[in-house]
Structures are given as C-alpha cells and as structure tokens.
Write a protein that binds this ligand. Structure first.
Ligand SMILES: NC(=O)c1ccc[n+]([C@@H]2O[C@H](COP(=O)([O-])OP(=O)(O)OC[C@H]3O[C@@H](n4cnc5c(N)ncnc54)[C@H](O)[C@@H]3O)[C@@H](O)[C@H]2O)c1
Ligand SMILES: *[C@@H]1O[C@H](CO)[C@@H](O)[C@H](O)[C@H]1NC(C)=O
Length: 439
C-alpha cells in the first residue's frame, strides 16, 4: 500500500494525505493465525478486513478527488476548445495553424513555448501539476501570464489517464509538446521516485493517450544533454554514446528516449526528442545556478562555486530561452505525421533526436563575473570541489543536425542573455535586496 501511494503522488508532497491502516491490520492478522481461540479472533479478522476495505475506499476516493478537483464540465470544455483554436492573424501564412497540447506549460520552457505558439496564431492548451519542487507561485504567475494571452493551463497530472483522454476527446490536437518532467540532477538523491513518477510513468501515460488519440498527434519532447553522461568526446554529437548516465535524472531521460522509440516503432507515433543544454533566461528556474547565484548575490549571501577535479573550472553550454523556443517550434513545424490508428501503424513514422545547445561553453567563474557586472554587486564566492553527485564537468553541443533539419541557429550569447534575465529578475522580485516576493 505504501509503495502504491508513493508511486502515485511523490512529486506532489503534502497535496494528499492518506490514512495508513495497514500496520494495525497486519498485527491483527498475525495474532489471528498465532492463536487458537477462534470465535473472537475471527471477529477481529472480519474487523480487519472491513478496515482494510474502508481504507482502500478512502484511498480511491482521495485519489479520484485529487485527479478530478479542477477539471470537467461544460464551461471547462468551452475554455479548452477556445484555448486550442488556432487564430492566425489575418493576411499571414495560409496554413490553418496547429493545435498543441503543451505539458509542463507552467514551467520555464513550457510557458515560453506556449506564449510563442499563441503569438504566431497557433492553438495551445497547457497542462501542469504545479508541484512544489520549486516555488509554485512562480508557476502560478506564468499561468496568469499565459491566461492574459488566451492560453489556458489545466491543473492536472500527466499520470491522470482519464484527464488526458478527455483532453484528446475535446480537442483533436495535431501536436504534443511534452515538457513536463522532474528536472534537476541533485534532487534525485532526495526524492528519486518523483523522477520515476513524472519522467517514466507519466511519459508512458502520455504516450498511451497519444497512441490512442484519433488522429494521433506528432510528439516533440524534452530529453536532456545529461544523457551524454560520462561521454568525454566533444562537442557532444547525437551519434555519441548515451549509455553511461551519471545521475538518475539522466537515466530517466535516456529511458524516455528508448520508451518513445518503442511507441514510434509499434504504433507509428511521430517522435522528436530534444536534448536541451542548460537553458536560462527570464521566468527561469529558481533551482538553477544562475538563478540562485543572482538571488544570493543581491542578498549579500555567499555563493558556492563548484570546481572540477585538478582545479579545472566547470563549464556549461548555456542556451538562451528564445533560442530553445525557436528549436521547439522548428521541431513542431518539421515533425512528420504519425501514421497509426486503432493501435496499429500504417507505415513508418519519423523518429528524430536533436541537440539544442549554444555551441560555446562558458565556465562557472565567467558566469559569476557576468552576473556581477549586470547586478553591479560583487559576489562572495565559496569555491569547493564538486561532489560526485551527478553533475558532469563539461557540456558542449554539436548542433549541426538541428541546424540542418530545423534551421536552428542560436543568436544570444551568455552576456546578452543574462542581461535580459537580470532585468526580468529585478522587475519581478524587486530591487530591495532581491526579495519583495519570497522564494
Ligand atoms: N532548463 C534546462 O536547463 C533543461 C535542460 C535539459 C532538459 N530540460 C527539460 O526540459 C523540460 C522543461 O524544463 P524546465 O526547465 O521548463 O523545467 P520546469 O520544472 O520549470 O518545468 C516543468 C513543469 O512540469 C510540471 N510537471 C512536473 N511533473 C509533472 C506531472 N507529473 N504532471 C504535470 N506536470 C508536471 C512542473 O510543475 C513544471 O511546471 C523538462 O522536461 C526538463 O527535464 C530542461
Ligand atoms: C557534428 O555532427 C555532425 C553530424 O551531425 C558530424 O558530421 C560532424 O563531424 C560533427 N562535428 C564535430 C566537430 O564533431
């Protein structure tokens, strides 16, 4: 029972409380079989069975309440339909426009992509479970921003098969942009099951919904540069080894690449996997270094700068959010059709994987120096050796494949991108020591 509960709800801590009657029940059962005075103990046994039935019922009630609370009804369906309807500006491209289900739409990349799609006239419906991995109020603010542009974000979990079926029932989505995931490398040691919940189980639930939808949508989803793991041939190319992940996060993303391949192979689902390289920018993720550095520098707190072995600085191929958005939209626009229906494919469908990076790695001390310049505050640096907890020392993307097939061409360097990030940060959180809204 315990394992089941944890599988269902690990990424939403505190959202659901379920009574645990299992322990008491086991004790009673044990006493029943150890004793010979029968009548009384059979009665106890009955009580225990009833208790376990009731606790199961309350579990079922609680979970369906959790999954149903925020969706359904005619008004809701109208909102979904209106959000999903393409609205090409008059006189622009003659294409009808696409209808995209964006998972993780209240997340950093999801919110930016949803907005960009809406602005060019496509229909967008979002889904996000607003989990508390980082401050949900930032996710709520992104949702409000999307709402002001006519994009509706459903509060729901991608593990909720009934909700997904309902969404495909209401809207014949042409595309799914799947960005919902448990992100972060180090958090996997604290809460490993949240990675399985969202990145493996949730992915399969979503793929089942896509496979069953009629028509089947084309799927574009976020893998990660972390799949390169212990690979040290640079720059990282799509053909390099990805079978040596250095973290559970990376392992679940690699698993996602294999799982999506099987759905492509069996059901003819069109799949594009995107290996993002350290995405940053306005409305970014508070758990990432550039973000927490900014907060701490403004608050006069020390920042911890990790250094690799032999005093080599860590470096990342930081990629600005607008470039990533162009890569995602380019992927949606070039994704071939899915070929299946009714559980069978009519022919092969495309399966593609692309790096989306910036091709110019920057060391962490350089990142800090750029932040100091834009914030006009000196950082208190605390340099420590990197613990072996899953972060790789260096990432560098070879993007020639994405350039060729998606027309992907990043244009924002780290200095220009961080300038925009800092401007957003100060306007969102305020100037006063970086925290008019709490994080
Ligand atoms: N930002 C990066 O540097 C980076 C790098 C590589 C890969 N990625 C991948 O890109 C995608 C988007 O990342 P991001 O930076 O926007 O992260 P994010 O955490 O801001 O966005 C993910 C969103 O998904 C939601 N979510 C998580 N589990 C869910 C579930 N089970 N059901 C419904 N919603 C759920 C979260 O609430 C969150 O809003 C993720 O798949 C991530 O793994 C990001
Ligand atoms: C980049 O990848 C392409 C294949 O996509 C390959 O032909 C090329 O040699 C790679 N470049 C480098 C510098 O590794």
């Amino acid at each position: 029972m315990r394992a089941l509960e944890d599988d269902l709800f690990p990424s939403t801590p505190g959202k659901v409380k379920i009574e645990r009657a299992g322990g008491a029940m086991n004790r009673q059962l044990h006493r029943c079989f150890a004793s010979t005075s029968t009548m009384f103990l059979w009665a106890l046994f009955l009580v225990a069975m009833t208790a376990s039935y009731l606790s199961f019922q309350s579990f079922v009630d609680t979970s369906s309440k959790y999954f149903q609370a925020s969706w359904g009804g005619l008004h809701w369906e109208r909102q979904i339909r209106s959000s999903a309807a393409p609205r090409r500006p008059p006189g622009s491209s003659p294409n009808a426009g696409i209808s995209v289900l964006v998972t993780g739409a209240a997340g950093f990349v999801g919110a930016h992509c949803s907005l960009a799609l809406r602005k060019r006239g496509d229909g967008v419906v979002g889904i996000d479970n607003f989990n508390a991995y980082y401050d949900p109020s930032l996710k709520k603010a992104r949702k409000a921003l999307l709402a002001s542009h006519g994009v509706y974000v459903v509060d729901g979990d991608i593990n909720d098969a009934r909700l997904l079926a309902k969404l495909f029932d209401v809207v014949p989505f042409t595309h799914v942009l799947h960005l919902a995931a448990q992100a972060g490398v180090r958090y996997a040691m604290e809460n490993p099951s949240s990675y399985v919940h969202s990145n493996v189980a949730g992915l399969v639930t979503l793929l089942e919904a896509c496979k069953s939808a009629d028509p089947q949508p084309a799927l574009v989803w976020a893998s990660s540069s972390s799949v390169y793991g212990l690979n040290d041939a640079v720059p990282f190319s799509e053909s390099h080894r990805t079978d040596r992940p250095a973290s559970l996060y990376a392992a679940t993303k690699k698993a996602g690449e294999e799982i999506t391949h099987s759905y492509n192979h069996i059901y003819g689902l069109s799949v594009t996997g995107l290996r993002f390289f350290t995405v940053y920018g306005p409305w970014g993720r508070p758990d990432m270094a550039y973000f927490s550095f900014t907060r701490n520098i403004l608050q006069g707190k020390p920042i911890t700068v990790y250094r690799g072995r032999d005093h080599v600085d860590l470096a990342r191929d930081f990629t600005y959010i607008d470039d990533i958005v162009k890569g995602c939209l380019g992927s949606l626009d070039t994704a071939g059709r899915s070929t299946g229906s009714g559980g069978k494919k009519r022919g092969p469908a495309p399966y593609r994987i692309f790096n989306l990076g910036n091709t110019s790695p920057v060391t962490v001390p350089t990142l800090v120096a750029i932040l100091e310049k834009h914030l006009r505050v000196k950082a208190k640096k605390h340099v420590v050796e990197m613990p072996g907890n899953g972060d790789v020392p260096f990432t560098h993307a070879n993007i020639s494949l994405a350039r060729h097939h998606l027309g992907y061409k990043p244009t924002t360097n780290l200095d220009a991108g961080l300038k925009k990030f800092v401007k957003w940060y100060l306007s969102y959180y305020g100037y006063t020591r970086g925290s008019s809204k709490s994080l």
